[in-house]
Structure formats: structure tokens, C-alpha cells
Design a protein around this ligand. Structure first.
Ligand SMILES: Cc1cc2nc3c(=O)[nH]c(=O)nc-3n(C[C@H](O)[C@H](O)[C@H](O)COP(=O)(O)OP(=O)(O)OC[C@H]3O[C@@H](n4cnc5c(N)ncnc54)[C@H](O)[C@@H]3O)c2cc1C
Length: 116
């Protein structure tokens, strides 16, 4: 199969997907080439930032902050929650869900129907 494009963007990280969306908005036939495969063997968009960088790290930091607030700060507000514990599996599941939502959003933008 061979197709012709006006613009081919290599990489779908924040640099690539923004460039590709803009090129498409300008009416250029645009393709994105991505080699990233996630741990389920599926090609995924979003690059370092969405898959392993900015987004997942902030999701985990948010969870960590909530834990320390519950452990160390709630009592001063008169909120009693008992002993705070960490469920790492649940924390990681939440992080994965956020990553899936955001990488899925980029995938939706790259479909023929455009960004939701
Ligand atoms: C832990 C961590 C936390 C971070 N937190 C933040 C933050 O809070 N705020 C912030 O601004 N930045 C943060 N960053 C930095 C941010 O992730 C990068 O600045 C950003 O991802 C760079 O975007 P990019 O599109 O240039 O490159 P990348 O996101 O690395 O994307 C490049 C893409 O190109 C693909 N690619 C490369 N070569 C090829 C090829 N030959 N063929 C096909 N595909 C190819 C790669 O698979 C990848 O998907 C963080 C980084 C890390 C590691």
C-alpha cells in the first residue's frame, strides 16, 4: 500500500502531535509515524510525556500528595480517617487510566473525524 501526504511527522510526542494537528488544520494531508509500543503490545501515541513522563509522574505525585495529606494534615482540620495506607496496585491502575484517556484522545484527533 502506498499513500501520498503533504506532511509526514515522525514521532507523536508533544512536538509531533501538535505539529501534525496544526498541519491538518491548515488543510495539509498529514501522517504521523510512531514506533512506541506499550506493555500490551499496542502502538501508542503521546511519546514520553503522555506515556512515561509528565502525565504518569503527575498522576502518581497527586496520589502521593493525597496520601500524605490524609496521614499528616487531616487531623489538624478535625478530619479523622484512621490509619492511611497505600494500595500501590490501585494507584497504578488510576495512573494507567489517565494515560489511556490522554493517549486515546490523541488517537481520536488523528482519526479522520478530527479532535473530539
Ligand atoms: C519523568 C518525566 C517527567 C516529565 N515531566 C514533565 C513535565 O511535568 N512538564 C514538561 O513540560 N515536561 C516534562 N517532561 C519532559 C517531556 O516528557 C518532554 O519534554 C517531551 O516528551 C518532549 O516531547 P517530544 O515530542 O519532543 O519527544 P517525545 O515525547 O520523546 O516523543 C518522541 C516520539 O517520537 C517517537 N520516535 C522517535 N524516533 C522515531 C522513529 N524513528 N520512528 C517513529 N517514531 C519515533 C518516539 O517513540 C516518541 O513517541 C518529563 C519527562 C520525564 C522523563
Amino acid at each position: 500500500m502506498s499513500e501520498k501526504y503533504d506532511v509526514v511527522v515522525i514521532g507523536s510526542g508533544p512536538s509531533g502531535y501538535v505539529a501534525a494537528i496544526r498541519a491538518a488544520q491548515l488543510g495539509l494531508g498529514t501522517a504521523v509515524v510512531e514506533e512506541w509500543v506499550d506493555d500490551k503490545g499496542k502502538t501508542t501515541l503521546g511519546g514520553t510525556c503522555l506515556n512515561v513522563g509528565c502525565i504518569p509522574s503527575k498522576a502518581l505525585l497527586d496520589s502521593s500528595q493525597k496520601y500524605t495529606e490524609a496521614r499528616d494534615r487531616f487531623a489538624a482540620h478535625g478530619i479523622v480517617v484512621g490509619e492511611a495506607t497505600v494500595d500501590v496496585a490501585a494507584m497504578l491502575k488510576r495512573k494507567e487510566k489517565i494515560v489511556d484517556q490522554l493517549t486515546g484522545g490523541i488517537a481520536a484527533c488523528s482519526s479522520t473525524t478530527g479532535c473530539p
